[in-house]
Design a protein. Sequence first.
Length: 236
Amino acid sequence: MFITLKGDEIEFGLFRDSGHPLNVSLDVALLPGSAGGAKYIRVTKLAREAVRASTHDGTEAVVHFTNSKVAGTGDTSALAELCEFICSGLSGNPAGSCRTYLESLLSGALRASHGALIAVVDKGKVPGFLADCTKTDPLISVSDAVDAVLKDASAIPQLSALESIVFGMLASDGIVLFDTKANVIAYNAFIKLKSSTVAGGARRRAYGALCQRLGRGIRAAFFLSQDGSSELQKVV
């Protein structure tokens, strides 16, 4: 919704993007410093029971509609960094479009989920300690789907179908695995938990176990809690 003053009158209305899946989404467009001189207050759903209110000057607050005593940050930079890492093995013009699209896709999927775990692996290979998983065969290539739409808009329905699949994977229990060429290689993956000093539920402890394996089969680990807080750890 926008509101603007015109003399003694106030004009208002609604705006949205074009709906094309490869356009820069409002999630990305309305970031501090990216909307020109426009002033805004933006309310974004982070999770089922948390929203973030932010303004054009970078001021923000996260509101939780739960009895949780722990406040999550709702940091968007962790997701942006994750998507950049997932696309780090791509080159050429499609790489930027794929990164922008993936950020929009995962942002929507994670808001609809009850929390999530994502791991990034090398060379499309599932590490042995995550063998308890459902592998995608063939690999689900986000970059190929984006490239197909760039070449021919008639491929948009196939991209929409891919979105539904990824949404379903992130709504499932376990860890979703990507490689660095924007391929989904597995989902519903589980890691054995040993005795640990990490506090929290099963997802938090699984994230801690993933972080301990960084550099040994996985390159990055991303965690989203049910209340909308997110964390990312990675190795270059």
